[in-house]
Write a protein that binds this ligand. Sequence first.
Ligand code: FMN
Length: 255
Amino acid sequence: MKNNRKNLAPGTLLAPVPPAMVTVGDFDNANVLTIGWTGILNSTPPRTYVSIRPSRHSHGILMAGREFVINLPSVSQAKTVDYVGIYTGAKLDKFEKCPITKQKSHVVAPPTIAECPIALECKVYEVIPMGSHDVFLADIVNVSCREDLMDEKGKIHFENADLLAYSHGEYYSLGEVVGRFGFSTDKPEKKTAKSADSAPKKSTKTNIPEDKKLQKANLPLENPPRPFYADVSKMRPPRRKPTDKNKGKRRTVKK
Ligand SMILES: Cc1cc2nc3c(=O)[nH]c(=O)nc-3n(C[C@H](O)[C@H](O)[C@H](O)COP(=O)(O)O)c2cc1C
């Protein structure tokens, strides 16, 4: 294949990112700013980061309080997300100017934004200067979800959260579901003459059976297929520990 790539200057072209509304400070003196430079660092313990320029008003507040909340917004909140990412809390109270409601967080001092579908409460354990930004590495100490997005079994219905995405200057909605975790390992359905003729046609948009759409999307699978990114160190067969009995001896295979 002919090379179809054009090389660009090194840059931050990772997209989409979650344009999170991050709250800092304590309940009465809280500030909020938009953060695109965030992500998950580790599963156990759950760890995240936010990357903040030292010039931001929130930077000093976070250095002092060392706690923050990552509030994930819906598409309907896009204007507020943009506003709190333009104006500084040094000059105005963004909670007064915007349609966002402070709610007490479960563990940390900064408030949670009531209107946001998901909130990750975080405690900073290290700050690393990177250059233009300082990275605040943090433990996720609590997660809360808007009750109306959960069913009686505790499953979060992300399809109703309408989460907002950000990609190089533009805000996006997520669009339709195109797969679910592990769907690449599904066995192809056998086509019989009967099923080909009489079975109702599946959606050509996603090719996922309706009843399986988003099933267990946010819950651990009971028998998860081995993902492509499986930790190879976990795949090695267990090594025999040398004991005094078998030290120096060669393993013989019984035939
Ligand atoms: C979509 C978006 C993403 C942003 N991401 C970051 C970021 O990751 N880090 C950062 O320091 N500032 C980021 N900003 C800019 C801050 O949110 C903005 O400077 C804000 O006004 C700072 O508020 P403060 O001075 O009250 O702390 C972003 C702004 C927008 C609109």
